[in-house]
Design a protein. Structure first.
Length: 111
């Protein structure tokens, strides 16, 4: 399981955006839907959650580019965990799934 270290700027960045531009990699575009039943629309909508939780920057396992994690609620009320990177000011989702029990309890406790 990935591990994250909190970085304050990420929380500020995610909370300050009125809208996000997304860039989908063709290899990842339908991976979350195929594996976890999470659609592109669900992933994008969780970034607009006013109560989203920025987990921070992924430090384990190491990756070739910076990756970040967040927990947010979709426009259909599901709580998701999403992993993403930021390229040229655009959110590039890497993977997303329904939050596990621990992630849901963190979200519900904070929100």
């Amino acid at each position: 399981m990935a591990k994250f270290k909190f970085v304050y700027w990420l929380l500020e960045y995610l909370q300050s955006q009125a809208e996000f531009l997304f860039e989908w990699d063709e290899g990842n575009m339908f991976k979350s839907e195929d594996k976890h039943g999470v659609t592109l629309e669900m992933v994008e909508s969780c970034f607009l959650d006013n109560n989203l939780i920025a987990l921070g920057e992924q430090y384990h396992p190491s990756t070739s580019e910076d990756r970040y994690g967040m927990i947010g609620k979709t426009n259909t009320e599901e709580i998701l965990f999403a992993c993403f990177t930021i390229r040229n000011g655009k959110i590039r989702p890497i993977s997303a799934r329904l939050a596990n029990k621990k992630e849901r309890s963190i979200y519900e406790e904070i929100c």
